[in-house]
Design a protein around this ligand. Structure first.
Ligand SMILES: Nc1ncnc2c1ncn2[C@@H]1O[C@H](COP(=O)(O)OP(=O)(O)OP(=O)(O)O)[C@@H](O)[C@H]1O
Length: 327
């Protein structure tokens, strides 16, 4: 779970003030203001093309804002001492035949006063055997550890990670989460982008939801879910098609496809009442569950409001299945 202690009272590691980036007629980032403090993980989420990479580029100084300003430790990101910040780009792909130790050593050589290679390997949790293994022979999670290690050689106070876990398996993802957690606990400010809502919910102290270049929601994941996630739903999946008579159920609901029913704004008492009803009416069911909203619901609700395609491919939040409302 998130819960790193951000040093709110300190000067922010990075601040954006009314930043706008325009490419010709395309406004990629519009009037974004945010700050990220020491020891805080800030997760940037949003659909494809929302402007996440552009915003990251503005924060790291690889792109220049059309309007507004960015400050890293109080300075322009292009002027700041590069040993204080680090960026792990999405497409970072080191030489595959070198070992983790060789790679970390190579990147350490780019800085005047790097951490020792052993310390970096220790921080990213690579033991001597893994560190001696060619990058290409490591698991996805171990490879990502090496990549994060390469980004840590300068002992940055501010770390940018662009989709750090895309393309790696769930165990590898957990490894990276542990690593980011421990970095933030040690005081590093981390800004990351992700397409995984569970990742943002787990890691981020605050999440920024970007859509059409605009930062439309910012806050701790739990607050966003509470405010924008919608109600808890009661979901019922029956064994036989169209087995429930919705006029007789104790809650108002809808049928989705032939087997699934959802009842909104439900609580634990409603679960009991529904189970009693199913038993009394002798209706066989495969599943009855309370589905609490998650950050994914916040995201999908917003995407739906804005008419984004992802709502169509993701389907309705809750039980997977047919989105057709047939009642
Ligand atoms: N160099 C560029 N020239 C012109 N348009 C650009 C340029 N870079 C980005 N854009 C446009 O700006 C918008 C935001 O793109 P950006 O890559 O920042 O989004 P993103 O949220 O990172 O997307 P993804 O999740 O797919 O990586 C898009 O409409 C994109 O086509």
């Amino acid at each position: 779970m998130s819960g790193h202690t951000a040093a709110e009272s300190t000067r922010p590691a990075v601040t954006a003030t009314a930043v706008r980036k325009q490419y010709g007629d395309t406004v990629a980032v519009r009037d974004v203001s945010l700050d990220v403090h020491e020891g805080e993980v800030f997760g940037l989420i949003g659909p494809n093309g929302a402007g996440k990479s552009t915003l990251l580029g503005l924060l790291t100084g690889t792109r220049i804002p059309t309007e507004g300003s960015v400050r890293v430790f109080g300075e322009s990101p292009t002027a700041v001492d590069r040993s204080r910040m680090s960026v792990l780009p999405q497409e970072f792909s080191p030489h595959r035949r070198l070992s983790g130790r060789e790679l970390v050593s190579y990147y350490a050589g780019l800085y005047p006063d790097p951490l020792s290679v052993d310390e970096v390997l220790d921080r990213v949790g690579l033991d001597a055997g893994d560190a001696a293994t060619a990058y290409t022979d490591l698991s996805g999670g171990q490879q990502r550890r090496v990549c994060v290690g390469a980004a840590l050689v300068n002992d940055p106070e501010l770390l940018f990670l662009d989709e750090p876990t895309t393309g790696i398996d769930p165990a590898g993802r957990r490894d990276v989460w542990d690593l980011v957690d421990s970095l933030a606990d040690g005081g590093t400010a981390v800004v990351l982008t992700t397409h995984y809502m569970a990742e943002a919910e787990h890691l981020a102290d605050r999440v920024g939801l970007l859509t059409d270049g605009e930062l439309v929601r910012v806050g701790p994941p739990r607050d966003l879910v509470q405010r924008f996630g919608g109600e808890t739903r009661l979901a019922v999946r029956t064994e036989r098609p169209r087995a429930l008579d919705l006029d007789a159920t104790p809650l108002d609901g809808r049928r989705y496809g032939d087997y699934e029913y959802r009842f909104f704004d439900a609580g634990p008492d409603d679960l009991t009442a529904m189970l009693d009803h199913l038993d009394a009416a002798d209706i066989a069911y495969e599943e009855v569950s309370l589905v609490r909203p998650t950050l994914e619901d916040v995201y999908l609700n917003l995407a739906s409001e804005r008419g984004h395609d992802c709502i169509a491919s993701a389907g309705p939040a809750g039980l997977a299945g047919n989105a057709e409302v047939t009642r």
